[in-house]
Design a protein around this ligand. Structure first.
Ligand SMILES: [Zn+2]
Length: 321
């Protein structure tokens, strides 16, 4: 691994130490909550991946409801009354932030739950403090022109080391809402980071054949995975995030696939595949539909399985060509 990776591993260790120290501090916590066998806290998470991380940290002390399905585009969700009713009675709400959940404010407003309003004590923003990739420059298009990444790329959970920060933010937020659970959240967060650290070794070895390779993706869904594991996704079928391809743009991507001997065109289950299939037909590259979320009811292992599955699919695509 590079010096940059070593720096991040150091940061990872620092978080681990922080949480171990925190876990040793408050002692009175275990008196209530999970000891009676019932979750003391109801937590809503906007997406399955946040549900998985929140379950890993909350353990038996919390009950998590995920507001969207793995097969849904997490940017675009209809703010239905059922979502508002769930958020109305939640004790805490976990979101990515970074402009990901365009639909969330309508749900929160409709819920009438003041504690989960932006800046409210029970609003937990997992993405706080991360260095976003692909932050638009001043003269680039904004959300008012249909761009869905005005604050940079929010699909940050595909970098496992960024998930260390997600986990720390979630643990801190749960502790704010439920101080009596501080010890549980700190201990579970430390366990999650330790397990993730072990998986990093495995993933780095698994991803070795991807180093230096180039792919096309429909949306910039896997940019963080590429940055972490040393491959590139320099071409998108969308004109800009959230803006579907024109024929001209599609044809320029087709030429890039030929020029760079790109083996696979990556897409998520919820995107239109016609432009991808057109490019695949013309070039022999294959369309690879990758998962974006872990299983809806999973915990930390579900997150690990998501990264396992995506890396294995990419390696298989490279090795087939
Ligand atoms: Zn996006």
């Amino acid at each position: 691994m590079s010096a940059r990776d070593d720096g991040l591993r150091l940061a990872l260790s620092a978080w681990l130490v922080f949480w171990i120290v925190t876990a040793a501090a408050p002692a009175q916590a275990e008196a209530n909550g999970a000891s009676d066998g019932l979750p003391s806290l109801h937590v809503a998470a906007t997406m399955p991946v946040l549900g998985a991380l929140t379950r890993a940290i909350g353990g038996e002390r919390i009950e998590v409801t995920v507001l969207t399905l793995a097969q849904q585009d997490p940017h675009f969700v209809t703010p239905r009354p059922t979502l508002m009713r769930t958020v109305a009675k939640t004790d805490a709400l976990v979101e990515t932030g970074l402009g990901m959940e365009i639909w969330l404010e309508r749900v929160v407003t409709g819920s009438g739950n003041a504690r989960v309003r932006p800046g409210g004590p029970a609003r937990i923003v997992a993405g706080v403090g991360i260095a976003a990739l692909e932050v638009p420059r001043g003269n680039e298009l904004s959300r008012s022109h249909g761009d869905v990444h005005p604050q940079g790329n929010p699909h940050a959970w595909f970098d496992p080391l960024v998930c260390v920060r997600f986990a720390a933010n979630i643990a801190e937020g749960l502790t704010r809402v439920d101080p009596a659970g501080a010890q549980t959240y700190a201990r579970n967060s430390a366990s999650f980071v330790e397990a993730l650290n072990e998986k990093m070794e495995e993933w780095a070895a698994l991803a070795a054949p991807l180093r230096g390779r180039k792919f096309v993706s429909y949306h910039t869904t896997w940019s963080y995975l590429a940055a972490r594991f040393g491959f590139e996704i320099p071409f998108q079928v969308e004109v800009r995030p959230g803006i579907p391809p024109s024929a001209r743009h599609r044809d320029s991507v087709l030429e890039a696939v030929r020029a760079n001997a790109i083996p696979a065109l990556l897409t998520a289950p919820y995107y239109d595949r016609r432009a991808l299939e057109y490019i695949a037909e013309a070039t022999g590259a294959r369309v690879l539909v990758l998962p974006v979320q872990p299983n809806a009811d999973s915990s930390g292992q579900g997150y690990f399985a998501l990264i396992d599955e995506v890396l294995a699919a990419l390696v298989a695509a490279v090795e087939e060509r």
